[in-house]
Design a protein around this ligand. Structure first.
Ligand SMILES: C[S@@+](CC[C@H](N)C(=O)[O-])C[C@H]1O[C@@H](n2cnc3c(N)ncnc32)[C@H](O)[C@@H]1O
Length: 281
């Protein structure tokens, strides 16, 4: 099985993505947790490359904090949504608000193109690598099954001391294991541990999804990057396909979110997702 997929499969998600996830109770608990980490590492005036930006929610948040963002995604429909949002907010280059805040450029670029060196020729105004940091949120990186070549490509375009923040889906998700075991589906319960990619239904397409452990990413990034932190995201909170639990007991899940946040560094790469941070050597 090829270790990369064609991201056009995600076109089918673009229309409903914000309603189904971003604006859901669960989405509104999760995104600020990631923003909290972004705020610790990215500051106004910096230039950040976002990979797999989806509908541009995080890119817009960064731009509103004064960060210049080049946001990319492989899905044409996702890119359209993100562009419409950026234009409405006036943060596209030359836009009314881009002078006050950061600017936001959005391009249809796949991870495959980034790995093949799409940004490699770019230089920053001081003729170093062009980006102060790179970021990918909520599972965009799970459509590739090999991360060392991505790390090598990022090493070319992130300045020394720059930060890479990744939020992949991890292999060990107790909610998922429990849910599928309770429904008599042991293969589904442990599908994330498959080395060849676990088939997942994305719209009408079935594509392989790979679930790297934090240890695997640390090893793949080690030649060029120093690992700073790993923290769980959705260990006590469920994956989004089980968000009906959250909607039924929002008070309980707000408390679990606070507990998860306080203990996230202890549980590292466990959970539906995790947040891992690297610094370029
Ligand atoms: C679950 S969504 C996350 C979107 C966004 N980062 C967020 O936080 O809402 C995954 C995104 O990754 C993009 N994606 C998946 N595989 C990709 C690839 N190989 N190259 C570029 N984008 C990809 C999809 O198009 C989709 O927008």
């Amino acid at each position: 099985m090829s270790t990369m997929i064609n991201p056009t499969a995600f076109d089918a998600f673009a229309e409903a993505y914000d309603d189904d996830f971003t604006h859901s109770t669960l989405g509104q608990l999760l995104r600020p947790r990631v923003w909290n980490v972004l705020a610790q590492h990215f500051s106004a005036g910096q230039h950040v490359l976002e990979l797999t930006c989806g509908t541009g929610e995080d890119a817009l948040w960064l731009a509103r904090r004064g960060v210049h963002v080049t946001a990319t995604d492989g899905s044409a429909e996702m890119v359209e949504k993100a562009k419409a949002k950026a234009e409405a907010a006036g943060v596209t280059r030359g836009g009314e608000e881009a002078r006050r805040w950061g600017s936001l450029e959005i391009e249809q670029i796949s991870l495959q193109e980034v790995i093949e060196g799409y940004f490699a020729g770019l230089r920053s105004p001081v003729s170093g690598p062009p980006f102060d940091g790179v970021f990918s949120n909520f599972g965009g990186l799970n459509t590739i099954g090999e991360w060392r070549s991505l790390a090598a490509a990022l090493a070319e375009i992130v300045r020394p001391g720059g930060t890479v923040i990744l939020v992949p889906m991890g292999p060990f998700c107790p909610w998922e294991i429990g849910w599928y075991l309770a429904h008599g589906q042991p293969r589904q319960a442990f599908r994330r541990f498959s080395r060849n990619g676990a088939p997942a239904k994305i719209g009408a397409a079935v594509i392989p999804i790979w679930y790297p452990s934090a240890g695997r990413l640390r090893a793949d990034f080690a030649p060029w990057f120093t690992h700073l932190t790993t923290q769980s995201l959705e260990l006590w909170l469920p994956p989004s396909y089980l968000d009906h639990f959250v909607n039924r007991r929002p008070g309980l899940f707000h408390r679990l979110n606070r507990f998860e946040k306080a203990t996230a560094r202890l549980t590292g790469g466990w959970g539906d997702h995790y947040i891992i941070v690297f610094k370029r050597n």
